[in-house]
Design a protein around this ligand. Sequence first.
Ligand SMILES: [Zn+2]
Length: 133
Amino acid sequence: MASVQGWKVLTGARWEPDELVQVEREREELELVEQADDFSALATLARARRIARENGLRYVYTGNVRDEEGSSTYCPGCGTLVIGRDGYELTRWHLTGNGHCESCGAAIAGVFDKRPGRWGSRRLPVRLADFAA
Ligand SMILES: [Zn+2]
């Protein structure tokens, strides 16, 4: 357990370092005990993300906010930004074809396509009736 300026992060055995964690409002599963007035403020979420990373979690993201730094993936080996995200847009892609960091070769947890997708923030209407059983 670590405490940083009024925050406590309880790092139990159920959190694996490579587990993907999204820090968002009212995320009780993260076991963050916070004393801030507004948990949804970007600065608060960014702080929670930093604390979780300092406590050994490698893939922690801020959720439900526009935060390129907190939405991007960084190499646990060398710290290089390997997948940049801004909203639904991919801004950078520095993975090899088999999901390793281009800079140091460390494996990045996850399953990745050989090349970045291009879906972005566009929308596609879906008729639910087309998928009814
Ligand atoms: Zn690396």
